[in-house]
Ligand binder design. Structure first.
Ligand code: PCA
Length: 202
Protein backbone atom coordinates (compact mmCIF):
# COMPACT_ATOMS: atom_id res chain seq x y z
CA UNK A 1 0.00 0.00 0.00
CA UNK A 2 1.22 3.54 -0.79
CA UNK A 3 2.58 5.47 2.15
CA UNK A 4 1.74 9.03 3.05
CA UNK A 5 4.29 10.78 5.22
CA UNK A 6 2.40 13.01 7.67
CA UNK A 7 4.35 15.41 9.86
CA UNK A 8 3.44 17.69 12.74
CA UNK A 9 5.44 19.93 15.06
CA UNK A 10 6.24 20.01 18.76
CA UNK A 11 4.96 22.97 20.89
CA UNK A 12 6.70 26.33 20.36
CA UNK A 13 6.74 29.91 21.65
CA UNK A 14 3.71 30.56 23.86
CA UNK A 15 1.87 27.51 22.47
CA UNK A 16 2.21 24.93 25.22
CA UNK A 17 0.35 22.42 23.11
CA UNK A 18 0.58 21.80 19.37
CA UNK A 19 -2.49 19.97 18.02
CA UNK A 20 -0.52 18.83 14.96
CA UNK A 21 1.66 16.68 17.23
CA UNK A 22 -1.41 14.95 18.67
CA UNK A 23 -3.07 14.52 15.26
CA UNK A 24 -0.10 12.89 13.58
CA UNK A 25 0.51 10.55 16.52
CA UNK A 26 -3.15 9.56 16.48
CA UNK A 27 -3.20 8.87 12.72
CA UNK A 28 0.11 6.98 12.63
CA UNK A 29 -0.25 3.63 10.79
CA UNK A 30 -3.92 4.27 10.07
CA UNK A 31 -5.17 3.49 6.55
CA UNK A 32 -6.96 6.49 5.05
CA UNK A 33 -8.22 6.13 1.48
CA UNK A 34 -5.46 4.58 -0.59
CA UNK A 35 -2.71 5.53 1.88
CA UNK A 36 -1.09 4.07 4.94
CA UNK A 37 -0.20 7.05 7.12
CA UNK A 38 3.36 7.19 8.48
CA UNK A 39 3.71 9.97 11.04
CA UNK A 40 6.61 11.93 12.42
CA UNK A 41 6.84 14.87 14.83
CA UNK A 42 9.41 17.55 13.97
CA UNK A 43 11.34 19.87 16.29
CA UNK A 44 10.76 23.62 15.98
CA UNK A 45 14.43 24.12 15.14
CA UNK A 46 15.76 25.70 11.95
CA UNK A 47 18.91 23.61 12.09
CA UNK A 48 17.19 20.24 12.46
CA UNK A 49 13.60 20.13 11.21
CA UNK A 50 14.08 20.06 7.42
CA UNK A 51 17.09 17.75 7.63
CA UNK A 52 15.11 15.25 9.72
CA UNK A 53 12.11 15.47 7.42
CA UNK A 54 14.19 14.77 4.32
CA UNK A 55 15.77 11.81 6.11
CA UNK A 56 12.25 10.48 6.81
CA UNK A 57 11.44 10.86 3.10
CA UNK A 58 14.48 8.73 2.24
CA UNK A 59 13.57 6.10 4.86
CA UNK A 60 9.86 5.81 4.13
CA UNK A 61 9.80 6.44 0.34
CA UNK A 62 6.31 7.95 0.50
CA UNK A 63 3.89 8.35 -2.38
CA UNK A 64 2.74 11.68 -0.90
CA UNK A 65 3.79 14.12 1.82
CA UNK A 66 1.46 16.21 3.97
CA UNK A 67 3.09 18.52 6.50
CA UNK A 68 1.03 20.11 9.30
CA UNK A 69 1.62 23.09 11.56
CA UNK A 70 -0.30 25.29 13.95
CA UNK A 71 -1.22 28.86 13.01
CA UNK A 72 -2.53 30.14 16.33
CA UNK A 73 -4.08 33.28 14.84
CA UNK A 74 -6.06 31.59 12.04
CA UNK A 75 -9.73 30.69 12.12
CA UNK A 76 -9.80 28.18 9.25
CA UNK A 77 -7.91 25.11 8.07
CA UNK A 78 -5.57 26.53 5.46
CA UNK A 79 -3.64 24.49 2.88
CA UNK A 80 -0.70 26.62 1.79
CA UNK A 81 -0.26 27.58 -1.86
CA UNK A 82 3.41 28.60 -1.78
CA UNK A 83 6.66 28.42 0.19
CA UNK A 84 9.33 31.14 -0.21
CA UNK A 85 13.12 30.96 0.08
CA UNK A 86 13.37 32.97 3.31
CA UNK A 87 13.90 32.35 7.02
CA UNK A 88 13.00 35.49 8.94
CA UNK A 89 11.46 35.10 12.34
CA UNK A 90 11.32 35.18 16.08
CA UNK A 91 13.21 32.50 18.01
CA UNK A 92 12.77 28.81 17.39
CA UNK A 93 12.97 26.35 20.30
CA UNK A 94 16.80 26.41 20.15
CA UNK A 95 17.12 30.20 20.14
CA UNK A 96 17.78 30.68 16.40
CA UNK A 97 16.17 33.90 15.12
CA UNK A 98 17.19 34.23 11.45
CA UNK A 99 16.87 37.54 9.61
CA UNK A 100 16.39 37.64 5.81
CA UNK A 101 18.24 34.36 5.41
CA UNK A 102 17.78 32.19 2.31
CA UNK A 103 16.75 28.60 3.06
CA UNK A 104 18.78 27.40 0.04
CA UNK A 105 21.47 29.83 -1.14
CA UNK A 106 20.83 30.48 -4.84
CA UNK A 107 17.67 28.36 -4.75
CA UNK A 108 14.47 29.34 -6.57
CA UNK A 109 12.47 32.17 -4.96
CA UNK A 110 9.51 29.90 -4.25
CA UNK A 111 7.77 26.58 -4.78
CA UNK A 112 4.07 25.93 -5.23
CA UNK A 113 2.39 23.17 -3.26
CA UNK A 114 1.81 20.07 -5.37
CA UNK A 115 -1.16 18.94 -3.25
CA UNK A 116 -4.64 19.46 -4.77
CA UNK A 117 -5.26 22.45 -2.46
CA UNK A 118 -8.54 23.63 -4.02
CA UNK A 119 -9.99 20.14 -4.05
CA UNK A 120 -8.96 19.74 -0.41
CA UNK A 121 -10.54 23.01 0.75
CA UNK A 122 -13.71 22.22 -1.24
CA UNK A 123 -13.94 18.82 0.48
CA UNK A 124 -13.67 20.46 3.89
CA UNK A 125 -16.24 23.16 3.21
CA UNK A 126 -18.65 20.53 1.84
CA UNK A 127 -18.27 18.72 5.16
CA UNK A 128 -18.91 21.85 7.20
CA UNK A 129 -15.32 22.64 8.17
CA UNK A 130 -14.18 26.24 7.53
CA UNK A 131 -11.23 26.13 5.13
CA UNK A 132 -9.53 28.24 2.50
CA UNK A 133 -6.28 28.31 0.56
CA UNK A 134 -3.61 30.47 2.20
CA UNK A 135 -1.20 32.47 0.07
CA UNK A 136 1.51 32.72 2.68
CA UNK A 137 3.03 30.09 4.94
CA UNK A 138 4.97 32.81 6.80
CA UNK A 139 8.76 32.82 7.19
CA UNK A 140 9.09 30.57 10.25
CA UNK A 141 9.49 26.78 10.50
CA UNK A 142 6.42 25.79 8.53
CA UNK A 143 7.50 27.72 5.44
CA UNK A 144 11.03 26.40 6.00
CA UNK A 145 10.07 22.71 5.90
CA UNK A 146 7.65 23.17 3.00
CA UNK A 147 10.29 24.93 0.88
CA UNK A 148 13.03 22.47 1.91
CA UNK A 149 10.95 19.39 1.06
CA UNK A 150 9.81 20.72 -2.32
CA UNK A 151 13.41 21.66 -3.14
CA UNK A 152 14.65 18.21 -2.05
CA UNK A 153 11.98 16.41 -4.10
CA UNK A 154 13.06 18.39 -7.16
CA UNK A 155 16.71 17.48 -6.54
CA UNK A 156 15.80 13.80 -6.12
CA UNK A 157 13.50 13.91 -9.18
CA UNK A 158 10.71 12.50 -6.99
CA UNK A 159 7.44 13.46 -8.61
CA UNK A 160 5.03 13.04 -5.66
CA UNK A 161 2.40 15.41 -4.24
CA UNK A 162 3.70 17.38 -1.27
CA UNK A 163 2.63 20.44 0.64
CA UNK A 164 1.80 22.10 3.89
CA UNK A 165 -1.41 22.72 5.84
CA UNK A 166 -1.78 25.17 8.71
CA UNK A 167 -4.47 24.37 11.27
CA UNK A 168 -6.17 26.78 13.69
CA UNK A 169 -5.90 26.39 17.47
CA UNK A 170 -8.03 23.90 19.36
CA UNK A 171 -10.77 24.78 21.80
CA UNK A 172 -8.52 23.71 24.72
CA UNK A 173 -5.81 26.16 23.60
CA UNK A 174 -8.16 29.12 23.91
CA UNK A 175 -7.99 28.58 27.67
CA UNK A 176 -4.55 30.21 27.45
CA UNK A 177 -5.25 32.57 24.51
CA UNK A 178 -8.51 34.29 25.25
CA UNK A 179 -8.28 36.38 22.06
CA UNK A 180 -8.34 33.35 19.77
CA UNK A 181 -11.18 31.21 18.51
CA UNK A 182 -10.73 27.49 18.99
CA UNK A 183 -11.87 24.48 16.97
CA UNK A 184 -12.81 21.13 18.49
CA UNK A 185 -9.72 18.92 18.27
CA UNK A 186 -11.73 16.14 16.61
CA UNK A 187 -12.85 18.48 13.80
CA UNK A 188 -9.26 19.45 13.03
CA UNK A 189 -8.18 15.80 13.11
CA UNK A 190 -11.07 14.78 10.85
CA UNK A 191 -10.22 17.61 8.44
CA UNK A 192 -6.80 16.05 7.92
CA UNK A 193 -8.41 12.69 7.12
CA UNK A 194 -10.82 14.36 4.68
CA UNK A 195 -7.86 15.97 2.90
CA UNK A 196 -6.08 12.62 2.67
CA UNK A 197 -9.25 11.14 1.14
CA UNK A 198 -9.39 14.04 -1.33
CA UNK A 199 -5.78 13.35 -2.28
CA UNK A 200 -6.58 9.63 -2.64
CA UNK A 201 -9.14 10.22 -5.37
CA UNK A 202 -7.12 12.88 -7.12
N1 PCA B 1 3.70 26.29 13.44
C1 PCA B 1 4.84 27.17 13.21
C2 PCA B 1 6.06 26.31 13.42
C3 PCA B 1 5.58 25.09 14.13
C4 PCA B 1 4.12 25.11 13.99
O1 PCA B 1 3.34 24.20 14.32
C5 PCA B 1 4.77 27.91 11.88
O2 PCA B 1 3.65 28.26 11.47
O3 PCA B 1 5.79 28.18 11.26
Amino acid sequence: MSKLLLTGFEPFLENRHNPTEQIVLELDEEVVGEFEVISRVLPVDFERAAEMLIEYVDQCEPAAIMMLGLAADRTKVTPERIAINVNDSVEDNSGNAPVDQPIVKGGPAAYFSTLPIKKMTDALVENGIPAEVSNTAGTYLCNNVMYSVLYALEQKEMDIPAGFIHVPPTFEMTLHHSAHTGFPYTSIRDSIKLMIYALSDD
